[in-house]
Design a protein around this ligand. Sequence first.
Ligand code: ADP
Ligand code: TRP
Length: 338
Amino acid sequence: MTNREIVVSGIRPTGDVHLGNYFGAIANFIKMQHEYNCYFFIADYHALTTHPDAKELPIFVRDALSIYLACGLDPDQCTLYIQSHLPQIPELYLLFNMLAYKGELEKIPTFKEKVRSQEALGKSINAGLLTYPVLMCVDIIIHRAQKVPVGKDQESHLEITRTFANRFNYMTGSSFFPEPYGFSYGNTLLRVPSLDNSGKMSKSEGNPSASIFLKDEDKTIRQKIMRATSDSGPTVPNQTKPDAIANLFDLLRLVSSPDTVAHFDEQYNQCTIRYGDLKKQLAEDMVRCVAPLRERYQAIAADTNYLRRVVQEGGEKARISANATLQGAKELIGLSYF
Ligand code: ADP
Ligand code: TRP
């Protein structure tokens, strides 16, 4: 275990976990737990940057934890914890806020997007939103991780994480923090599209009928897929796929067999495809993928004692690692007197 590379990732408890979270992040976690020294957590502080009313947090935290376990995360194979159970995180975050410049934070694309969406909802922008990437950087380097399994939307956060880690190393004349990189077994980081061709599937933003949630019943999944945006055509053989159709094929590639994908690809290229048939197949393959996860989730979410034990034990393990990093960083900065 000790020689294994270190992995960290988390999801925000801001709503129901969807197929984007599953394929972009969790599916990689499941495999990585057997090959790396993995820390997976629930980013409850992060949720407060856009959802400052914490009333719903207990439900979403319990849900996210139950989904992690239902998908196959094994507390004996990885360390599972809740971000706010590690007091070392806010302490290192404070120190890293001194290394982060206001101008560079304001330029990060995800900050600009979040400002737009918060303002569209008439919500104010808190300072935590601006320093979100500092907190995310600390989540990662608190265990001195090298690999971070995330979706494509997190690329800019990883880039700034490397900048902060390198800046710390430069300022302290050390090589204390490794440079963490995004990771996916598929090599490129994934972006699972929404069903209405309006962007990516998402928990907290956008149209809930455009995302497939792991809690969705079979009937709901079928309805959502049958209503997914499609297009007319094709009218010419081997035509480039319009975005809405390319999205349906992207989804098909995630849940269907290569033969099924090849079959519909061929029909598309020969202009004989019927999108209704493609959607029916896609819906059935999604139901096959989601139903067992949903059923396991329901059983696990009802077992409060088990959930509590998992995060208590995971928190203990994570605090040991976080503490070693924090003490090392403080010494390098010069914060060690007497
Ligand atoms: P959301 O954006 O739905 O609120 P989070 O911000 O909590 O979800 O993201 C948790 C993980 O899921 C991150 O690694 C993120 O990159 C990944 N993720 C979220 N949406 C998608 C998507 N549509 N496609 C691929 N990965 C995604
Ligand atoms: N920012 C990530 C998201 O919105 C969630 C997250 C917070 C995270 N801290 C992290 C992901 C550390 C990976 C590692 O999806």
